[in-house]
Design a protein around this ligand. Structure first.
Ligand SMILES: Nc1ncnc2c1ncn2[C@@H]1O[C@H](COP(=O)(O)OP(=O)(O)OP(=O)(O)O)[C@@H](O)[C@H]1O
Ligand SMILES: [Mg+2]
Length: 479
């Protein structure tokens, strides 16, 4: 079961001009339990792919010994098209485990999982005795089964042997200390600036007084000149001292300043539909062919209501979404009053609305032909696609979080009457997730969300929720 260590020597990885990380040296001993963390697009999935052997580092060597048998579960599972998100994941995990691997690489494995499935996955990982490397943003998962953190940040991979919770606390303390020091420096700078202004004022006063007295010949000329020169000298010395101090402070500041945390800044416009009835379904039933998945659907939604659809994996949540989108693959009976699909902003949990061979720019440009190039770039900037290489990147090469961001950018490019969001927080890093929560909690329009995350549903302030259970849709009392 054991294997020789996996070794990284001076490993660097870049794509075009983008540097993910460099000078990475580490060895993975058998039985290690490593979490790979970092912002969207930092290089977590790529690092797993280097170990799996599907991509090569840009420089350096990653040596995986021949006795390491690797089970790998990718972040976005594109196979098994007819299965639900969780069913795909379970299938991929069973496949990965079928070779009895002694190294297990899991990329965001809790996406799509309901509470129960997530708990059983975590239990399985706790009992797994091989080597484990998991890339994830899911803090609950990171707190379980992990004893080492690889944090990709600022082009480096920082290794810490600790539990995630302790690592987070350590980072929080470090940040708080730096922020405190920054505050002090700011205060010092303010005081220095005030002192400088005062000194300059005094110097100019004493100069003009000197000149005045020379002109008025109140004092013997020779004394006044000396006094004026002395004043100027003192001011000059102080000024030089302050400049040196300022330089020293600026140097310290650049040493201790935190790596910049870049946060998204997008917003979502809504139609002013208010109490207008937008969705009305009565005695509806939906399914595939002659197999009904869901019946007794009664659902109504006004232009400013937000509701959640909840239910265990595989119960038919996404099928209901597809029915709302008039998907021809879904058969319906009963009465359905729905908005036109072109008026719906839909986020697919597998980002299937994105076209792999298009660039980021093209994916938005085709939706908003009336906008200028500059306006499209501005729109994309809010979703953190800023540099030329970022907007010219092919969709197929985007990371999971970047795909999620681009899908949101597509929705925001138009002003939909209804938002349908299927697992919108999957793959998002902490900063982006926080921003999405803020945008959705302030969104004044109509929205139907699917999520397994109760905290998220609470945070976006939904008005009510429906649960799918035993093939029926029922309103639930929201606590
Ligand atoms: N084949 C490729 N060609 C060009 N760029 C690529 C390629 N593969 C990945 N990238 C880019 O490299 C960066 C790292 O991608 P990666 O998928 O490793 O990120 P990640 O840390 O897993 O992100 P996420 O948290 O969103 O899953 C991203 O900016 C991505 O767009
Ligand atoms: Mg990834």
């Amino acid at each position: 079961m054991s294997h020789k260590p996996i070794q990284f020597k001076n490993v660097s990885l870049s794509f075009h001009q983008k540097l993910c990380f460099e000078d990475f040296n580490a060895q993975v001993l058998p039985g290690s339990r490593i979490a790979i963390i970092g912002s969207n697009g930092s290089g977590k999935s790529s690092l797993l792919k280097i170990i799996q052997g599907t991509i090569e580092p840009t420089s350096g060597t990653a040596h995986v010994p021949p006795d390491a048998s690797i089970g790998y579960v990718p972040q976005i599972i594109e196979d098994f098209d007819v299965l639900s998100g969780a069913e795909r994941l379970n299938k991929a995990i069973s496949l990965a485990l079928s070779i009895q691997p002694n190294v297990l690489l899991l990329d965001e494995p809790t996406n799509h999982l309901d509470r129960q499935n997530k708990r059983s996955l975590m239990r399985m990982l706790e009992n797994y005795s091989g080597t484990l490397l998991i890339a994830s943003h899911d803090e609950e998962l990171l707190n379980c089964a992990i004893d080492t953190i690889w944090h990709i940040e600022g082009g480096r991979i920082h290794i810490t042997s600790s539990l995630y919770e302790d690592y987070k606390r350590e980072i929080r303390l470090k940040r708080a200390a730096i922020e405190e020091e920054l505050l002090q420096i700011k205060q010092q700078k303010k005081e220095m600036h005030e002192a400088l202004m005062k000194e300059q004022e005094r110097a100019s006063k004493s100069r003009s007084q000197g000149e005045k007295s020379i002109n008025q010949k109140k004092w013997p000329t020779i004394v006044s000149r000396r006094k004026a020169n002395r004043g100027a000298e003192t001011a000059g010395r102080k000024k030089a001292g302050i400049a040196a101090k300022k330089e020293e402070l600026l140097n310290r500041l650049s040493e201790i300043s935190l790596p910049e945390v870049i946060k998204p800044k997008f917003s979502l416009e809504a139609h002013e539909l208010r109490n207008l009835q937008l969705v009305s379904i009565s005695d509806g039933a939906i399914g595939y062919g002659d197999r009904f998945i869901l019946s007794e659907i009664y659902l109504s939604l006004s232009g400013c209501e937000k509701i959640a659809i909840i239910g265990v994996n595989g119960c038919g949540k996404s099928t209901l979404m597809k029915a709302l989108l008039h998907d021809p693959a879904i058969c319906k009976t009963g009465s359905f009053q729905l908005p036109n699909p072109s008026d719906i902003g839909y986020l697919d949990q597998h980002y299937r609305e994105l076209v792999p061979h298009e660039t980021v720019l093209e994916s938005i440009g085709k939706l908003v032909s009336h906008l200028s190039h500059e306006e499209i770039r501005r729109h994309l900037r809010g979703f953190l696609f800023c540099k030329n290489e970022e907007v010219n990147a092919k969709v197929a090469n985007l990371s999971g979080g970047e795909k999620a961001r681009l899908s949101l950018a597509q929705i925001a490019a138009k002003t939909p009457k209804l938002l349908l969001l299927d697992e919108v927080t999957n793959n998002l890093d902490i900063e982006t997730k926080e921003h999405v929560i803020q945008v959705l909690s302030e969104y004044p329009g109509a929205m139907i969300v699917i999520s397994h995350d109760d905290d998220f549903l609470r945070a976006i302030k939904i008005d009510g929720s429906y649960e799918i259970r035993d093939s029926k849709l029922r309103p639930v009392t929201w606590k």
